[in-house]
Design a binder for this molecule. Structure first.
Ligand code: IFM
Length: 803
């Protein structure tokens, strides 16, 4: 069943049936001001932090309420509806609705009772407030008198937990005032007598506003319970039913902003108004509202600016292939998903409520990879930040606090860090993610000078980026287990594998092997010959050890427990085949071609399903070792044999690196949101963004996906598709083209900006191959192989690659 379609030209997903199986959402805003909105206008807003800057209330586990509600009332008939289908929820036989989630905006249109409405929600570029612009058109043949009302439910405290849980406190610090064209909410308003820059118990006055521009306020309400009325709900608030909000404010009650205006529309006439919402002192709020006195042109201009800004990033890579699913994901939705994950980490969604007070090291370093080819400058800033969260012993801080202060942080070796973050020890993989990320950044941009940039460590000292990477290698070598493989420590990539100081992780071993390959490239570039030799010897000996300890006939095992048992052996009763060591054996370059193919075939036979490959099989139940934490989850769920979407990206990449275009693309399609547009009743999540996992074959809800938007999947699948399937593989001096595609792709095109130069790449595949290069022609000149040295590039380039 499908609920909508992709409008690729406009970079929009269009929901035509609003009764979606889950709230299907969009992200608006920037790191300064974030807003999450569903197709039924549910969702919340926050300044900077979803946990500590929460402005609008959203009740988790309550299917999408409340939200940014706009009500329309016909004052002659007293009939009323909402500009989004919910919360009033008119009969869909009479009420027609369309939601267009675009890049940075959402437009919800409705037709009911001969009135057409369009509610456009966005955060203007560079601003820290949001706009709900409403245009209403009278399609009937007579004049209509309408009441238009906006409703915003404020939290009583900017910390969402205080608002939801600590009611004996948060109810009694909030109050609202009406100031002509806006409701102002004051939190700790009674502290207005203390001098500016002072506080009481770290508290001072915080103001939020909900204002109206483009019409006079006819009635208002600042008290949620007064607005709804006893025993009424969002679908039939008393003030909406009777067309008058009663002019109430709140004082020790739940606060809200509700504003109504009355308009008369002649037949065929359109009127635009705008509701404005934010967290700002009242005088600034007044200024914001003034800017929208003539809402229609202002809104149109701001929307254009927003689109232009997004397009300037997304246009840096555009593909046109035989697969509409691939194109829409790479050109728009996977890319946008990467930016949202890059910006919000795991902080704010309908699943993440912002509780975590920092960035996960591994997550953030991986997330960067998804946007490097689109916005390298943004990537660079975050890479610097993450390097500054590396401890001087080379390990990463498992959680990098939002208040991170380089050079001054405690580490997992300090009780204070453990107490504050809840992370009791280092994780084995954190700093190893720096290698592919830094390499991708330098290769995309050619900015080799970055290796010499000096960046502080988290706790003390500073060093060049090159030295930071050397320390990360040293960290792994200083944390080896009894067999000489990296210890699993508190966790490796898999949060549910607690292998400890004496258990060992093959995934980390493979990452470490790969890290040494990358560091060798940098060391060669820097002519650090002694270190090159050291790496060569260390890597060779280490590789042999991993081969000996981890290759088990047709698979790589997952590691060793603290008591020395092999995890993932063929003979084990549970979890005897794991996904990640197979893909990473190929990605890392450790597996021989024969091993790689055998391992990947085994994945296809043992782990693959129609929705992607499960993380391991069979699930843990009765034979979990101490530290196999996955057993806490239902079978087929998350790390316990779920289809972990992030791992699909590595699988795509591994198959592509082996030149298996058919398989790579099969894996892309199996787990691609866009490819499941027609079976939304099974997948349930938005068909335009990734989820953390899909329930595996051991679940009775096989195929259902969860934890939308903020997932490392966005970046791994992006890398799997761009470097793997499209084969765009930059290195220090140029760009290698090595696509791995389905045989049926006889022709496709790529437009890419590479180091400031435009590339138009046509790939011809007359002989229906999966990979390989017959010839590569750059601006009419045949090149030696599939590599384009940067110095041959002109400002605009025509490239023809024949497979
Ligand atoms: O790698 C982790 C990630 O850091 C958080 N989500 C789950 C992943 C797998 O355990």
């Amino acid at each position: 069943m499908k609920y909508g379609y992709f409008d690729n030209e406009n970079r929009e997903y269009v929901i035509t049936n609003p009764a979606t199986p889950a709230p299907w959402v969009n992200y608006l805003g920037s790191p300064e001001y974030g807003a999450i909105i569903s197709n039924n206008a549910g969702g919340y807003s926050f300044a900077k932090s979803g946990a500590n800057g929460r402005i609008l209330r959203y009740v988790f586990n309550n299917f999408d309420q409340p939200g940014r509600y706009i009500y329309i009332r016909d004052d002659r008939s007293s009939d009323f509806w909402s500009a989004s289908w919910q919360p009033v929820g008119k009969d869909l036989a009479q009420y027609k609705s369309e939601c267009r989630h675009g890049i940075g905006y959402t437009k919800i249109s409705a037709d009911y009772s001969d009135i057409h409405s369009e509610a456009l929600y966005y955060v203007p570029l560079g601003k820290s407030y949001e706009v709900w612009a409403l245009s209403v058109t009278n399609h009937s043949d007579h004049e209509r008198n309408l009441t238009l009302s906006g409703y915003a439910e404020f939290t009583n405290h900017s910390n969402y937990e205080q608002d939801q849980v600590n009611l004996q406190y948060s109810l009694f610090i909030s109050r609202t005032l009406f100031e002509g064209n806006r409701i102002t909410q004051q939190i700790h308003g009674n502290l207005d007598a203390i001098p500016e820059n002072e506080n009481v118990d770290e508290k001072n006055v915080t103001e939020r506003f909900f204002g109206l521009a483009g019409a006079e306020v006819s009635s208002y309400c600042g008290d949620k319970n007064e607005f709804l009325g006893s025993y009424h709900g969002y679908g039939n608030p008393e003030g909406i039913v009777c067309g008058d909000l009663g002019d109430k404010t709140s004082y020790n009650e739940n606060s809200c902003g509700a504003l109504s205006c009355k308009i008369t529309l002649k037949a065929g006439e359109t009127r635009t108004i705008a509701f404005l919402l934010g967290m700002k002192p009242s005088s600034e709020a007044a200024e914001v509202i003034r800017c929208y006195e003539n809402p229609a042109p202002t809104v149109a201009e701001e929307l254009e600016a927003l689109k232009a800004d997004w397009n300037s990033k997304l246009d840096n890579l555009k593909v046109s292939t035989p697969s509409p699913e691939f194109d829409t994901m790479i050109n728009t939705w996977n890319a946008y998903n990467c930016f949202m994950t890059f910006i919000w980490s795991r902080a704010a969604s309908f699943i993440y409520c912002g509780l975590r007070n920092g960035y996960g090291y591994r997550d953030t370093v991986q997330d960067i990879q998804g946007i490097i080819h689109l916005a390298p400058e943004m990537a660079l800033e975050k890479i610097r930040f993450m390097l500054s969260a590396q401890v001087n012993n080379g390990g990463g801080l498992p959680l990098v606090k939002f208040t991170h202060t380089p050079g001054k942080e405690d580490t997992p070796d300090d009780a204070s860090y453990v107490q504050e973050t809840g992370h009791p020890a280092y994780r084995a993989d954190d700093a190893l993610w720096l290698f592919p990320t830094v390499y991708k950044y330098i290769s995309e941009t050619g900015n080799t000078a970055f290796l010499d940039e000096v960046i502080p460590f988290a706790n003390k000292d500073e060093a060049t980026v090159y030295e930071h990477l050397k320390r990360a290698v040293a960290f792994s070598l200083n944390h080896l287990g009894p067999h000489g493989m990296p210890a699993g420590l508190y966790a490796d990539w898999n949060d549910c594998l607690r292998l400890g100081a004496n258990g060992e992780s093959s995934f980390v071993a493979l990452q470490f092997y790969y890290a040494m390959t990358i560091l060798k490239i940098f060391a060669e570039y820097k002519k650090d010959t002694e270190y090159v030799q050291y790496l060569e010897e260390t890597q060779k000996a280490f590789g042999e050890k991993v081969q000996e300890l981890c290759w088990d006939n047709d698979r790589f095992v997952r590691g060793y427990t603290e008591s020395g048992e092999r995890i993932g052996e063929a003979a084990a009763p549970e979890a005897n085949m794991w996904l990640n060591p197979q893909s990473w054996a190929v990605i890392s370059g450790l597996a021989s071609p024969e091993q790689g193919d055998a391992a990947l075939n085994n994945v296809y036979e043992r782990l693959n399903t129609k929705y992607g490959a499960i993380l391991m099989d069979p699930p843990y139940h009765a034979h979990a070792f101490d530290g196999a934490l996955a057993v806490i989850y239902n079978q087929g769920t998350k790390e316990n044999s779920g289809i972990f979407s992030q791992s699909q990206g590595w699988l795509i990449l591994a198959e592509a690196l082996r030149g298996h275009g058919e398989r790579a693309f099969t894996y892309f399609m199996e787990n691609s949101p866009a490819a499941q547009n027609d079976c939304a009743e099974i997948r349930r999540l938005e068909p335009y963004c990734y989820g953390q996992f899909t329930e595996g074959k051991a679940s009775k809800h096989f195929g259902r996906s969860h934890v939308h938007w903020l997932t490392g999947t966005a970046s791994t699948v992006m890398v799997g598709c761009v470097e793997g399937i499209l084969g765009l593989r930059p290195d220090l001096e140029g760009l290698r083209l090595s696509p791995s595609v389905p045989k049926s792709w006889k022709h496709f095109e790529i437009e890419k900006v590479f180091r400031g130069k435009q590339l138009h790449i046509s790939v011809e595949n007359p002989d229906e191959k999966e990979s390989g290069c017959c010839s590569l022609v750059l601006n009419g000149q045949k090149l030696a192989d599939n590599y384009i040295p940067e110095n041959l590039l002109q400002d605009k380039n025509e490239v023809i690659l024949t497979l």
